[in-house]
Design a protein around this ligand. Structure first.
Ligand SMILES: N[C@@H](CCC[C@H](N)C(=O)O)C(=O)O
Length: 278
C-alpha cells in the first residue's frame, strides 16, 4: 500500500498526518511503529489519521491518534491544532471553526487570524474512575510511591490520563528516571503521561512531559491543560496561564469549575509532504 502523508509539528511535538478521507488507509500497530521510527521511517511522536465522521450532523471529521509505540489513544492537544491546519491546507474544509470527533468525544477547534489555533478541549475529568486512576475519591493531590520515592501528584484526564508533579526546577526534574515508572504505574491501569511542572508565578509555569507511548516530547498539549488544571486545584495558578514547554509556549485557560472547558491556544506547522510505501 502506498499513501500520501504530511509531516507536521506543534511546538516540536511532531506528527505524521494522513488523509484517510480521500485515500484508503489501513493502519496496524506495526505500520504506525514503522512510520514513527526516526531512523528507518518518517519519524514522529504520534501518527494522526483524518477520517470521515461517524455522525456528520455533529462533526465534519473524525481524527484518530496513535502513539509512536503503535497504540491508539484518546486525545492529543498539539495534534488537534495540527489537524485543524491540515484539513484547511489539504482543501478538505474552508471552515475556521471545526468540530471533530475523537475517541474522547467531540472537541472544537478555532483557527485564529494569526494562524494560531484555539482548541476547546472540553472539561477535565477528575473522578478517579474516569481517568482511570486507583484512588478512593477525587482530590487536588494524591500520594504515589514511585521508584522508592513518595510523590504528591495531581491526577487529571483530558480524555487521556495525566499525572502532574510540581517540582522546584524543571531543568533538574527526574523526567527520564521517574517518567517511565509513572507511565506504567499500576494505579494507572491504562498508563499515564507524566508532567513535571515548575510554578514560576500564578500566570506562568515551565513544564516537561514524559508521554505515554512516546517518551519525553518537546511539548504536550493535553499535558499543559492537565498541569494548569492541577495547579489551579492546588491553589497555585490563576485562570489563564502561559505554559513554557521545551518547544515553546501554549496559553491555557480554565475557569476552575468541573464543568468548564479547558481552552488551549498555540501554533501548528506543516513541514513537508511525502509519499511512502507501507
Ligand atoms: N502529544 C499529545 C498527547 C499524545 C497522546 C499521549 N501520549 C497519550 O498516550 O495519552 C498532546 O499534545 O496532547
Amino acid at each position: 500500500m502506498e499513501m500520501n502523508f504530511t509531516k507536521m509539528h506543534g511546538l516540536g511535538n511532531d506528527f505524521v498526518v494522513i488523509d484517510a478521507v480521500r485515500q484508503h488507509v489501513s493502519l496496524t500497530p506495526e505500520r504506525v511503529r514503522f512510520l514513527a521510527h526516526r531512523r528507518t521511517g518518517v519519524g514522529c511522536d504520534q501518527v494522526l489519521l483524518v477520517e470521515p465522521p461517524a455522525d456528520p450532523q455533529r462533526a465534519a471529521f473524525r481524527y484518530r491518534i496513535f502513539n509512536a509505540d503503535g497504540n491508539e489513544v484518546e486525545q492529543c492537544g498539539n495534534g488537534a491544532r495540527c489537524f485543524a491546519v491540515f484539513v484547511r491546507e489539504a482543501g478538505l474544509t474552508e471552515a475556521t471553526v471545526i468540530p471533530v470527533e475523537t475517541a474522547a468525544g467531540i472537541i472544537t477547534l478555532q483557527v485564529q487570524g494569526d494562524g494560531q489555533v484555539t482548541v476547546d478541549m472540553g472539561p477535565p475529568r477528575l473522578e478517579p474512575w474516569t481517568i482511570p486512576f486507583e484512588a478512593a475519591a477525587a482530590a487536588p493531590t494524591h500520594t504515589l510511591q514511585v521508584g522508592g520515592e513518595t510523590l504528591e501528584i495531581g491526577a487529571v484526564s483530558m480524555g487521556n490520563p495525566h499525572a502532574v508533579v510540581v517540582v522546584e526546577d524543571v531543568h533538574k526534574a527526574p523526567v527520564e528516571r521517574l517518567g517511565p515508572l509513572i507511565e506504567r504505574h499500576p494505579r494507572f491501569p491504562r498508563g499515564a503521561n507524566a508532567g513535571f511542572m515548575e510554578v514560576v508565578s500564578r500566570e506562568r509555569v515551565r513544564l516537561r512531559v514524559f508521554e505515554r507511548g512516546a517518551g519525553e516530547t518537546l511539548a504536550c498539549g493535553t499535558g499543559a491543560c492537565a498541569a494548569v488544571v492541577s495547579g489551579q486545584l492546588q491553589g497555585l495558578l490563576d485562570r489563564q496561564v502561559a505554559v513554557d514547554l521545551p518547544g515553546g509556549r501554549l496559553v491555557i485557560e480554565w475557569a476552575g469549575r468541573e464543568d468548564a472547558p479547558v481552552l488551549m491556544t498555540g501554533p501548528a506547522q506543516s513541514v513537508f509532504t511525502g509519499r511512502i510505501q507501507l
